[in-house]
Write a protein that binds this ligand. Structure first.
Ligand SMILES: C[S@@+](CC[C@H](N)C(=O)[O-])C[C@H]1O[C@@H](n2cnc3c(N)ncnc32)[C@H](O)[C@@H]1O
Length: 468
């Protein structure tokens, strides 16, 4: 059973003295929510009454579990006589927003408008039929708003199943993932295009045109997986006309099995050496001109990029290039009742201090993102610590008087090389980067497909803290 709490959206006609603003109504909802300890079965029904919504009437309700939106027949205006009914632009916008957020639209007939005859028969079947008949023009109006909504792009459609659903973050530094996990990630063409641009620039910077046929650049792929970055590096060498020798290193044999096969079938045997080892333990036969690693996760350093790249810095030439060369994580306070309930449903205090991956949908972003931790490679001194501590203060100028901070959204922005960057931080997110085009399978095992980095560009990590 769910309980829907009916709350006015706008100011009721009776103009109560105690409840003056939307903030007061939101506070009523919030008190109930807190009294019920964020019970996921307690939802909101917003009643538009007969008021004209103001531009900011929704401000309080972003990120809230609005199950239904009630519009009264009186809110429909008439043109040229009785039909067709139409709605003000403000209400149309509200309906569009709610339809986009799976909110039911309820059309409530104002009984004062019914004739006496109809009123006396309201309970009978034939009266019910006639009521439905009477309501059809109103329903048609809502339907036409639905039909005019912008259709979702193919990418958005494929990600609908991820909306506001928590997925665990993959931890490749501590888990040995199946090869399939990486095969999903490799579908992220845009991501590898950015890596290719970075490698091309690095190759051109290291080897001038006149020496292109003489100098061979040594490139090490740190955490090569199934070989997507090996392929990308060879393409970059091809495009720039530079000679390349690649060492592909990974600790995970599951992933490397496919790279071994690829090396064979693509005839890379003379160019690519595959090594199964932990990055920290590898005694490289020669020093690298370029180190490339795809270890950023969704928060810049949650897959231990900094530790792993530091661990391999000793095999990089003094003037060598690291791709990525730096990355920064970002935080943003958010309100999201659904995600908070999902964390709470796990009934483990630990989950409140765990990062998850999700595609944020019904979420209120309460303040601009702020940078958190930055790491740079190669380090000037390998002794520089990776410990970070930072205190952030968020100012929320655009949110209503009262709000709820359910948690923090996390993003990253990485400089791969010079002006080539890759990231999810909303103000400069790389467009179209995503790996999980496929709708999730339902088994627990398959959930590990949702490696954050693939999803994070569109699906953000949420770091949760108990609501306060
Ligand atoms: C995110 S995957 C990237 C795979 C591949 N480069 C790609 O773009 O598809 C990271 C890879 O790093 C490997 N890895 C993680 N920690 C490592 C370590 N300490 N030493 C070697 N490889 C490691 C994992 O096994 C995994 O294959």
């Amino acid at each position: 059973m769910q309980l829907w709490l009916r709350i006015p959206l706008g100011k009721p006609d009776d103009d109560s003295k105690t409840l003056q603003t939307q903030d007061d109504y939101w506070k009523i909802w919030n008190s109930f929510r807190l009294l019920s300890d964020h019970n996921s079965k307690l939802l909101v029904t917003l009643d538009n009454l007969n008021t004209m919504p103001s531009d900011n009437s929704l401000n309080h309700w972003y990120g809230e579990p609005v199950a239904a939106f009630i519009i009264h027949t009186d809110s429909f205006l008439t043109r040229d006589g009785d039909n067709p009914k139409h709605l003000s632009e403000g209400i149309q916008k509200l309906i569009t927003y709610f339809l986009n957020h799976y909110t039911q639209i309820i059309i409530s007939e104002n009984q004062l408008n019914c004739s006496k005859d109809e009123e006396s028969h309201l309970e009978t079947n034939s009266a019910e039929d006639s009521r439905i008949h009477r309501l059809l023009p109103y329903i048609d109006q809502v339907r036409s708003i639905y039909q005019q909504m912008d259709p979702l792009s193919e990418q958005e459609r494929s990600q609908v199943a991820f909306r506001d659903v928590l997925h665990p973050i993959l931890q490749p530094f501590k888990e040995i993932s199946q090869s399939m996990v990486y095969s999903e990630q490799e579908k992220d063409e845009k991501k590898y295009m950015e890596y290719k641009r970075a490698i091309c620039q690095a190759l051109l910077d290291r080897v001038p045109d006149e020496e292109a046929s003489v100098i061979t650049t040594v490139l090490v792929v740190v955490g090569a997986g199934r070989g997507a970055l090996v392929r990308t590096s060879l393409q970059a060498a091809n495009e720039t006309g530079r000679k390349l020798k690649v060492y592909a290193m990974d600790r995970n044999l599951n992933a490397l099995a496919s790279l071994y096969k690829q090396r064979e079938s693509m005839g890379w045997n003379d160019i690519v050496t595959v090594i199964q080892t932990d990055a920290g333990h590898w005694n490289a036969p020669e020093k690298a001109d370029i180190l490339v690693g795809e270890l950023l996760g969704c928060f810049g350093d949650n897959e231990l990029a900094s530790e792993i790249l530091d661990g391999t810095q000793r095999i990089l030439k003094k003037d060598g290039i690291s791709i990525p060369s730096s990355y920064t994580s970002f935080l943003q306070p958010v309100k999201s009742s659904k995600l908070y309930s999902a964390v709470k449903a796990k009934e483990q205090i630990l989950t409140f201090e765990t990062a998850f991956v999700t595609k944020m949908h019904n979420v209120a972003r309460l303040a601009p993102c702020q940078p958190l931790f930055t790491f740079t490679h190669p380090k000037r001194s390998i002794k520089e610590s990776n410990r970070r501590y930072r205190k952030l203060q968020f100012v929320m100028p655009d949110v209503p008087e009262s709000t709820m901070v359910h948690g923090f959204a996390g993003y990253f922005d990485a400089t791969l090389y010079k002006d080539v960057h890759l990231g999810t931080e909303p103000s400069k997110a790389t467009p179209d980067v995503f790996s999980c085009k496929r709708v999730p399978h339902s088994s627990q095992h398959d959930i590990s497909f949702y490696r954050p980095y693939d999803i994070i560009v569109e699906l953000s990590t949420l770091l949760y803290w108990p609501a306060s």
